[in-house]
Design a protein around this ligand. Structure first.
Ligand code: FPP
Ligand code: MG
Length: 321
C-alpha cells in the first residue's frame, strides 16, 4: 500500500505542475492567471480517483497523469460556469473568478479550460477526448435539469438521476479513461458503473455538507442549495418524512417569501435536516453506494491499488469538507 500511496502522491504533484504550467502558458492578453488566481485543484478527488483506478487496473505514469489533469481541468471549468450560475463569491477558500472578473470573462475562462482539458485528454490517449465530450454533455444535461428544477419539489429518484449526470458523468469518464489506459476493455462496463456511482455518492455528501458543513472548512458558502431552491437528497428525505415534512415545508416557504437577509428559516431548516437524522440518512445512502462498488474493484488486477482505491472511496463517504 505504501508504494501505491507514494506513487499516487508523486503523480498528484505532476498533475498539479502540469495544470499550473498550462495556465501560465495562456497569453497574458487573454487571461492573466497571476493577476486573477483561482484554485485549480481543490480536493482533487477526480484526479486522485483517476490515478487510483489506473493503479488498481495496472496502469499509471504520465498518461494516467494527463488523464487526471484533463479531469480536473474539466471539473474546474464546470465550477467556473457553476459559480456564474450560482453568483457565488467564494470557492475553495478564494474569491471566485465570477467575483474577480465578472460573469462574461469567467464564462470564457471556463471555456478556455475545457478546451485545454480536451487537449490534455488527447495527449493521454487519442480516443479519450471523444468520451470526454460525452461526459461534458451529460454534466451539462445534469446542470440544466438542476436549473429547470429550481423551486420544484423533485423526487429522490429524480435527484438521483441529476447527481448521476452532473457529477457522476465526470467520475465515470475518469474510470473509463483509466480502463482504456490499462487496456482492459472487458472491464469497461464495470468501470462505467464504478465511476458513476462513486461520483453520485461524492455529490450526495457534497449536498449533505451544504446542510452540515462549515463554510470555513468547505471553502465555500453553505446553505446555498436551500436558498437557491435546490431540492437535494437530505432535504427530500426530510420532506418525505411524515413528522418532519410539514415543518420542512413551512420553513421552505418562509425562505422563499421572507427577506433574503433573514437567515433564520434556512438555519432552522438545516437544524431540522441534521437533528432529524436526514443528513445522516443521506450519508448512509452514499456510503452504501460506495460499499456496493467493492465487488467491482475486487475484479481489478492490482491488489495493492485495489485496496488503496477502496480506502479512498470510504474516505469520500466520510468527508466533512
Ligand atoms: C458543482 O456542483 C457543479 C457541478 C458538479 C457541475 C456543473 C456543470 C456545469 C455548469 C455544466 C458543464 C460545464 C462545463 C464547462 C464542463 P454544485 O453546484 O452542487 O456544488 P457547489 O455547492 O460547489 O456549487
Ligand atoms: Mg453550484
Amino acid at each position: 500500500m505504501e508504494k501505491t500511496a507514494a506513487n499516487i502522491e508523486a503523480s498528484m504533484r505532476a498533475v498539479s505542475e502540469h495544470i499550473a504550467a498550462e495556465l501560465r502558458a495562456i497569453d497574458r492578453d487573454v487571461f492573466d492567471f497571476d493577476k486573477n488566481p483561482f484554485s485549480f485543484l481543490g480536493k482533487a478527488a477526480r484526479a486522485r480517483f483517476t490515478l487510483l483506478a489506473a493503479a488498481a487496473l495496472g496502469a499509471g505514469g504520465p498518461k494516467a497523469e494527463k488523464a487526471a489533469a484533463a479531469a480536473e481541468l474539466t471539473h474546474t471549468a464546470s465550477l467556473l460556469h457553476d459559480d456564474c450560475l450560482d453568483m457565488a463569491r467564494y470557492r475553495r477558500g478564494l474569491p471566485t473568478l465570477y467575483d474577480q472578473i465578472g460573469i462574461n470573462s469567467a464564462i470564457l475562462v471556463g471555456d478556455l479550460l475545457i478546451s485545454m482539458a480536451f487537449e490534455c485528454a488527447g495527449r493521454a490517449a487519442p480516443d479519450l477526448p471523444e468520451s470526454l465530450v460525452q461526459a461534458v454533455r451529460r454534466m451539462t444535461e445534469g446542470a440544466l435539469i438542476e436549473e429547470n428544477s429550481k423551486g420544484k419539489k423533485i423526487s429522490a429518484a429524480e435527484a438521483e438521476k441529476m447527481v448521476a449526470l452532473k457529477t457522476g458523468a465526470l467520475f465515470r469518464w475518469c474510470a473509463l479513461a483509466a480502463c482504456r489506459l490499462a487496456n482492459r476493455p472487458e472491464l469497461l462496463p464495470d468501470c462505467a458503473r464504478l465511476g458513476e456511482e462513486a461520483g453520485s455518492a461524492f455529490q450526495i455528501v457534497d449536498d449533505v455538507l451544504d446542510f452540515e458543513g462549515d463554510a470555513e472548512a468547505c471553502g465555500k458558502e453553505t446553505l446555498k442549495d436551500v436558498k437557491e431552491g435546490k431540492y437535494t437528497l437530505p432535504l427530500i428525505l426530510a420532506l418525505n418524512d411524515p413528522q418532519a415534512g410539514p415543518e420542512a415545508d413551512r420553513l421552505l416557504a418562509a425562505i422563499k417569501t421572507g427577506p433574503e437577509a433573514d437567515l433564520a428559516p434556512a438555519l432552522d431548516l438545516a437544524e431540522l435536516v441534521r437533528k432529524g437524522g436526514f443528513s445522516g440518512a443521506a450519508r448512509k445512502i452514499a456510503a452504501e453506494k460506495l460499499k456496493n462498488l467493492f465487488p467491482v474493484i475486487d475484479k481489478f488486477p492490482d491488489p495493492e491499488g485495489a485496496a488503496a482505491l477502496k480506502d479512498f472511496l470510504l474516505a469520500l463517504g466520510e468527508r466533512r469538507a
